[in-house]
Write a protein that binds this ligand. Structure first.
Ligand code: ZN
Length: 207
């Protein structure tokens, strides 16, 4: 069973790298299996993963996390223990980072139908320490992802959860699209569109 999940993780890593959502060492992926989860090895290039690049981590918070596991393994474990996530994708998408930094709000409101349906609303949190690659506070991320499928961390990147790896990947791609559209609209000087509005107003065709 682990082999099947490894193959899926390898394919998703290649896709994320091909879409420039990670550099040669950023980001991490995991999938829940029984009482634990399989996560990418720390510092690995997600575009060149092999079967030996996945580390098993126990869900029991009293169990030590192997040193070779991704530095965000703590966040992944907290999410699996507090949400219904079966898989998690964390990347450093350029549009996601730029949109989170440029937004003055605590969320980005999708404005195209696919993202309104798929993400509803994207929280932005401020747990990142400038200049540090890891050490995100799991509590703040868990709290936001209990109510949303994906979030942005200012100055860092995004986390997306899913009932499957495919769904976590889809939400990651949708989030990046959504942030690109946000920036395009801002560049087009359309403050009335960019301004954060309730999703309901779009659903009522009241834009
Ligand atoms: Zn990161």
């Amino acid at each position: 069973m682990t082999e099947r999940y490894s193959e899926q993780l390898i394919a998703v890593g290649k896709e994320l790298y091909a879409r420039s959502l990670v550099t040669t060492r950023g980001g991490n992926l995991s999938v829940k299996i029984g009482g634990g989860f399989l996560i990418t090895r720390t510092g690995k290039n997600l575009g060149q993963l092999s079967g030996s690049d996945f580390i098993s981590v126990d869900l029991d918070a009293n169990t030590a996390i192997p040193a070779e596991a991704s530095c965000e393994a703590q966040v992944h474990r907290a999410l699996y223990n507090s949400t219904t996530a079966q898989s998690i994708v964390h990347v450093h998408g350029a549009h996601a980072i730029a949109a989170a930094i440029s937004s003055r709000s605590d969320r980005i409101q999708p404005v195209h139908n696919e993202a309104i349906i798929g993400l509803h609303s994207i929280p932005i949190i401020n747990t990142s320490v400038p200049g540090e690659e890891s050490g995100e506070d799991p509590a703040a991320i868990v709290e936001a992802l209990k109510r949303a499928p994906a979030l942005l961390i200012r100055g860092h990147g995004s986390f997306a959860t899913g009932h499957s790896l495919d769904q976590a990947l889809y939400r990651t791609l949708l989030l990046e699209d959504c942030c690109r559209i946000f920036l395009l609209l801002r560049g087009a000087n359309s403050p009335d569109v960019v301004r954060e509005r309730p999703v309901e107003s779009y659903l009522q065709n009241d834009a």
